[in-house]
Design a protein. Structure first.
Length: 115
């Protein structure tokens, strides 16, 4: 059975940092990533990392502030978020690709950035 378990969300002041983690189990994923959804908005891509190609991808809003990384031994992906802005407030979802792109999702973790 596939599990994606997120952790690390919380409340932080603008300019602060948070580190999200997503532990995956149950099968091999060729890529993992993070998406977010703010109230009243559609879910949007934040960052992703390819397990095979070892490449990273970022939304423009995340470039220069967020860093995605992986721990192969623990099958875990991290999202280090620095210089957080109030507009980063959202529920952040971990997603993984196995048979097709983004076919597995975590339950989400709330990130709130106060001004």
């Amino acid at each position: 059975q596939v599990h994606l378990v997120e952790s690390g969300g919380g409340l932080v002041q603008a300019g602060g940092s948070l580190r999200l983690s997503c532990a995956a189990s149950g099968r091999f994923f060729y890529s993992m990533g993070w998406f977010r959804q703010a109230p009243g908005k559609e879910r949007e891509f934040v960052a992703a990392i390819s397990w095979i190609a070892d490449r990273t991808y970022y939304a423009d809003s995340a470039k220069g502030r967020f860093t995605i990384s992986r721990d192969n031994a623990k099958n875990t992906v991290h999202l280090q978020m620095n210089s957080l802005l109030p507009e980063d407030t959202a529920v952040y979802y971990c997603s993984a690709s196995a048979q097709q792109e983004w076919d597995y999702w975590g339950q989400g973790t709330q990130v709130t950035v106060s001004s």
